[in-house]
Each structure stands twice: as structure tokens, then as C-alpha cells.
Design a protein around this ligand. Structure first.
Ligand SMILES: [Zn+2]
Length: 155
């Protein structure tokens, strides 16, 4: 699929404000798709449509009018990022580079979601990383270089 085909299909499942912070959406509107990497968008589509087959709530814009703000793309104005900068700490989370989201999956726990993704890992075109031991599904497409289709990590 081309990038534009992926985005067109993703719009059936996600609103852009679910996937980027309010600062970004307010400034860039629909042009904010450009900040999300193609490998991430392709992965997200397959995970949502073909593997989990259930709504994935990120910045819950669609479900609750956006009470979460930092679960998708984070910009330099986002609190988590500002705090790291104020502390002089480097911060290169995949949330900053357009290839991560934290999700609640309707009808299953984060443990069940991770297991289901691992059971279907051969459907994914790129290596993924998932955060282990958290109550949400953190999914990103940083290639950990472990030569495996996925990596579980702890922050
Ligand atoms: Zn922001």
C-alpha cells in the first residue's frame, strides 16, 4: 500500500487528534499526518484492522473529547517533554519521532493485546517494540536491532 492509501484506510479507525498532541493538531491541522512515520502508520493499520479488530483508544478524542493529550505524538510543548528538557535530560522516545502510541484496546487487557499481536507477528511488515508490564498497549516501530520481529522493553 502507498502512504496515502494507508492514511485513507486508517481514517476509518482513527481521528488524527487521537494520534498527535493538541499543540500539534492546533498548529498543523490535517497536515500533522506528515509527522507520523509510514512504517508506524502501516503497522497501526494492520494491528487495528487485522489483529486486534477492536477500537484502540489513544488520546480518546473520539470517545471522550480528548482528555489524554500525550499518548500519541508529543511535541516540545508537551509536559512530559518540557520536564525532561528542564532537567537537562535527553529524551528520544518514539512518541517524539512520530512512531509511537499508547492505547487502551476495547474489550481486552494490555496483556491480552500484546499476546494477540505476538501471536500474529508475521502479519506485520516492520519490527515493533511494545512496553512490557504496563496497563496500556505502548506500540512503536523503533527497530531495536535484535533481528527479531518484536521486542518487549521496560522504560
Ligand atoms: Zn505537544
Amino acid at each position: 500500500m502507498t502512504r496515502s492509501e494507508i492514511i485513507t484506510e486508517l481514517k476509518n479507525y482513527f481521528a488524527l487528534p487521537d494520534l498527535v498532541c493538541p499543540d500539534t493538531f492546533k498548529t498543523f491541522g490535517l497536515k500533522a499526518w506528515q509527522f507520523l512515520r509510514t512504517d508506524y502508520l502501516n503497522t497501526l493499520l494492520i494491528v487495528r484492522r487485522d489483529i486486534l479488530k477492536s477500537p484502540m483508544i489513544c488520546n480518546n478524542y473520539l470517545t471522550a473529547g480528548k482528555t489524554y493529550t500525550q499518548r500519541g505524538l508529543r511535541c516540545n510543548l508537551c509536559e512530559i517533554v518540557k520536564e525532561k528538557s528542564a532537567q537537562g535530560k535527553i529524551y528520544l522516545s518514539a512518541h517524539l519521532t512520530g512512531c509511537a502510541g499508547d492505547f487502551n484496546v476495547v474489550g481486552m487487557t494490555s496483556v491480552q493485546a500484546r499476546h494477540l499481536i505476538i501471536d500474529n507477528i508475521d502479519k506485520l511488515p516492520y519490527p515493533i517494540r511494545m512496553e512490557n508490564g504496563v496497563t496500556w498497549l505502548h506500540l512503536d516501530t523503533y527497530d531495536s536491532g535484535n533481528n527479531q520481529p518484536y521486542k518487549l522493553f521496560t522504560a
